[in-house]
Ligand binder design. Structure first.
Ligand code: R5P
Length: 298
């Protein structure tokens, strides 16, 4: 097995190679003056399982094209299998045609992965809503891992468990808060969210009694603009919550997300390293390594 990484995930790839005890192969990637991409692999993958790591955050289109160039080349150069490790999977939220004429971006990305030589995909806490099981719409094996248990473990010694409730900002978040609350052995609840625009959301609470005078750990999969977390923090504080902590798998933190989160008085923001940020104190690498262990002996 050889580990390759695109420019979004070199550190992730190096850590993965170290844990697995396999070779990390450098990938030269640079732009020509006209913006086109030049890529060269330091070593060809002939006969080996080639793992290609590329998270696709903040500038997903650049990272996607780089990924496709490398994946296709790994296949051309004789990789036995190309395993795409995509810690943050882009376009997952556009999984249907909400309005006539819209592109179903998720289907396009899935089809391109397959056509560009990827044999198998591994991701982390993919945003699944209308599509409940990604394997049903992907033509290649697709595994969705989770860092939610790691988030639970991180908070074990940080919070007063007897007084804490794990809260999801919307009903979709139930799958994640359940896992975190399971590790912490605390109650959980989810709020109700209506999206009004790209940033603005309206949030209501069903179980106010559970939130009152409690420490709250808000857990979501993605923080993008921070609009969801801002509204959720406001709501739990309005109800009478004590301290509020926030955790997510993918801290995209677009635009003024940090301001939106912290000016509401959040104690701590914690995220995984699927998207590198100053809050990435939890690593998804051991979770991915554990899964890849079984492919090592191929
Ligand atoms: C969608 O429902 C997701 O689970 C997140 O709640 C959403 O992507 C967060 O986006 P934002 O930070 O822009 O509100």
């Amino acid at each position: 097995m050889l580990i390759y990484a695109g420019s979004a995930s070199r550190y992730f790839g190096l850590k993965l190679a170290r844990i697995l005890g396999v070779e990390y192969v450098s990938v030269e990637s640079r732009k020509f003056p006209d913006g086109e991409l030049y890529i060269r692999l330091e070593k060809e993958p002939r006969g080996e399982v080639a793992v290609l790591v590329q998270s696709m955050y903040r500038t997903p289109n650049d990272y996607l094209i780089e990924y496709f160039f490398i994946s296709r080349t790994l296949k051309e150069l004789g990789a036995k299998e190309v395993v795409g490790v995509i810690p943050y999977f882009p376009y997952a939220r556009q999984d249907t045609r909400f309005r006539p004429g819209e592109v179903v971006s998720l289907s396009v990305v899935l089809e391109l992965l397959e056509k560009m030589g990827t044999d198998r995909v591994v991701t982390v806490d993919m945003h699944l809503h209308r599509v409940q099981d990604i394997e049903e719409i992907s033509k290649i094996p697709f595994t969705n891992l989770s860092v939610m248990k790691e988030i639970g473990k991180y908070f074990k010694d940080k919070i007063r468990r007897e007084n804490t409730v794990v809260v999801g900002p919307d009903e979709e978040a139930e799958q994640w808060v359940k896992m975190v609350a399971g590790v912490l052995q605390t109650p959980y609840t989810v709020l109700e969210k209506v999206r009004l625009g790209d940033v603005e959301v309206e949030i209501k609470a069903k179980e106010e009694e559970l939130i009152k005078r409690r420490d709250i750990l808000i857990v979501d999969d993605i923080i993008s603009t921070g609009g969801t977390i801002e509204a959720a923090v406001k709501k739990v504080k309005e109800i009478g919550a004590n301290r509020v902590f926030v955790a997510c798998a993918h801290a995209i933190l677009a635009a003024s997300a940090e301001y939106r989160i912290f000016h509401e008085g959040v104690e701590e923001l914690v995220a995984s390293d699927t998207v590198p940020s100053p809050y990435s104190v939890i690593s998804a690498v051991p979770v991915v390594a554990n899964y890849l262990e079984m492919l090592k002996s191929y």
